[in-house]
Write a protein that binds this ligand. Structure first.
Ligand SMILES: C[S@@+](CC[C@H](N)C(=O)[O-])C[C@H]1O[C@@H](n2cnc3c(N)ncnc32)[C@H](O)[C@@H]1O
Length: 255
């Protein structure tokens, strides 16, 4: 049976690839690289570098799948994402049908870990419903930006026995800091959603973690927000892209 591996590759540093991921990459016949367009060309290069270092070039082919365009103008967000995932599933299915032999092994490389804000697994499940020949898929976990953030700030993300919420910049800006938790990790923040919350919260921020341009800042929001904005602009300027993640923590009252 055809097999597809979904391999988490960490967030930019090839040294963060796990032994399991390297092992898996050495067994694949085809790596499917999803081309998401010019704005993330540098990230695509990082992926290609990992493939070059970790695969057996004599047996592994790289096949590019041009990603479907997402309608960012659509008012109904979920509906637009759904239609986009359908089109991506058709493209993934066509590539798997065309490029993998009956017992071939393919791989999709996923930034960080596939379990966190990544649609590869959802799209592959849909692709499984439209392929001509069925395939089974397996996940090889990777180091996510969440883990890197915690490591860089030497953080335990939760308070003892308490919950942590992982959310997006869009939701934080819309809904504010939730009342029910004290620790909130924010990802996918295209703006600066921390401007919409109580400036007395603690922030532990990291950008382009695992790359040469990594930046980290921590402190009370009111004190460090200008420094974060300065560093974020500087990273974007140097590298051409910036990906950031942060923990917002409600400070315990001073005893
Ligand atoms: C589409 S999600 C992918 C998350 C990924 N699957 C993971 O496990 O980290 C992209 C978001 O992840 C975070 N992210 C990814 N790489 C990062 C990095 N190197 N440094 C900081 N944040 C990163 C950012 O919040 C970014 O907006």
């Amino acid at each position: 049976m055809k097999r597809v591996l979904v391999i988490g590759i960490g967030t930019g540093d090839p040294a963060h690839l796990t032994m399991e991921a390297i092992d898996a990459l050495q067994r694949v016949d085809v790596v499917f690289v999803v081309d998401k367009g010019e704005d993330v060309a540098d990230l695509t290069r990082v992926r290609e570098e990992i493939v070059r270092r970790s695969t057996d070039a004599s047996r592994c082919r790289i096949v590019t799948i041009t990603d479907a365009r997402r309608d960012r103008t659509a008012a109904a967000y979920e509906k637009a994402v759904d239609a986009w995932h359908d089109e991506r599933a058709r493209r993934y299915a066509a590539a798997i049908d065309a490029e993998l032999d009956a017992d071939g092994v393919g791989a999709f490389l996923v930034w960080g870990d596939p379990s966190l804000y990544d649609s590869t697994l959802r799209v592959l499940e849909r692709a499984g419903r439209v392929v001509t020949t069925p395939f089974e898929h397996t996940v090889v976990p990777g180091l996510s930006s969440l883990q890197l953030l915690a490591a860089r700030h030497r953080l335990v993300l939760n308070d003892v026995g308490q919950a942590v919420l992982v959310t997006t910049g869009r939701l934080l800006a819309q809904q504010g800091f939730p009342a029910a938790v004290d620790d909130v990790v924010v990802m996918l923040d295209g703006g600066a959603a921390w401007r919409h919350v109580d400036q007395d919260l603690e922030i532990y921020w990291g950008a382009n973690l695992g790359t040469a341009d990594e930046a980290v800042v921590a402190g009370r929001l009111a004190d460090v927000a200008p420094e974060i904005e300065r560093q974020r602009a500087a990273v974007r300027e140097r590298r051409g892209w910036v990906l950031d993640i942060y923990l917002l923590r409600r400070r315990s009252p001073t005893p």
